[in-house]
Design a protein around this ligand. Sequence first.
Ligand code: PAZ
Length: 302
Amino acid sequence: MNTTWEDFYAKHPPPQDFNQNEILLKTFVERQLKKDKKVVLVTSGGTTIPLEHNTVRFVDNFSAGTRGSVSTEYFLENGYAVIFMYRLNSLEPFSRHFKGQKLLDMIDVSEQNGKSTITVLPQYKEKLMKIFCKYKEILNQDKLLQVTFTTLSEYLWLLRAACQALACLKNKAILYLAAASIHKISSSGPPTISLQLVPKILAPLVSLWVPQAFVVSFKLETDENLLISKARNALNKYKHNLVIANMLQTRKQQVTIVSQEDNYVISLTNDQLNKGEEIEQSIVNVLIDKHQTFIQSSEKCN
Ligand code: PAZ
């Protein structure tokens, strides 16, 4: 059964911390507007759907938040301010480099004259220093706002609030919708779980909430034969700017950027992957070029 977006907001109350987040979003965007900054909203990680009111069980999805957190660092590197809207406990920019025990393995404690000193092991100093300095600089420049969600409902409430805050930036805003929402579950045999389809939120987002922004959605598929046609259908239906199409298994190595004009494949060789290169760097470079062209052409029209 389809739910309209209006029904969705009418039936699901806003999350508890919604008002605070709304203020954070609004004031962050106002500060960027004063500085004439371009701002990108990056959504990242997966959403959950509770199966009962007092939630013990829920349906989740696989997304680790790699795409969103890595892309955020590259957008920041290119001068954009970022609203990073992410699933609680999924990967975050900068700290993603120290996932699990990595940070603990980099430090050592020594004792001298009854005094303990904590130090970074020499082989990790350069890496840690580089990431730490970038992080501090971003914080000092007030270029990053992080807000969290867990459930699909929280995500949709925050997404609308972020769009409403961003609308004043007009064509200077990018929406980079990499978060994975559960679309449907069809199951045969017990236990049967039946979920309503996620409301088609791209429709009001593009036509009502941020009509002048540069909107990029993602399409995830497991069937290669359907990937591009589904991405193109989404583009034709919602009339936004780009769809980035990726396959579940190869998403870190290849994506196709689908626009009204063409399909553009970005890929990394195995060698590049093994060296630690990240496909998000190329994705972000292409988007920044396309956003610049978009700004210029929308300014010509005005
Ligand atoms: O978070 P991650 O790096 O593990 O995965 C990224 C992704 C596959 C969730 C993203 O690239 C994507 O396709 N997001 C949209 C998924 C969807 O169709 O809902």
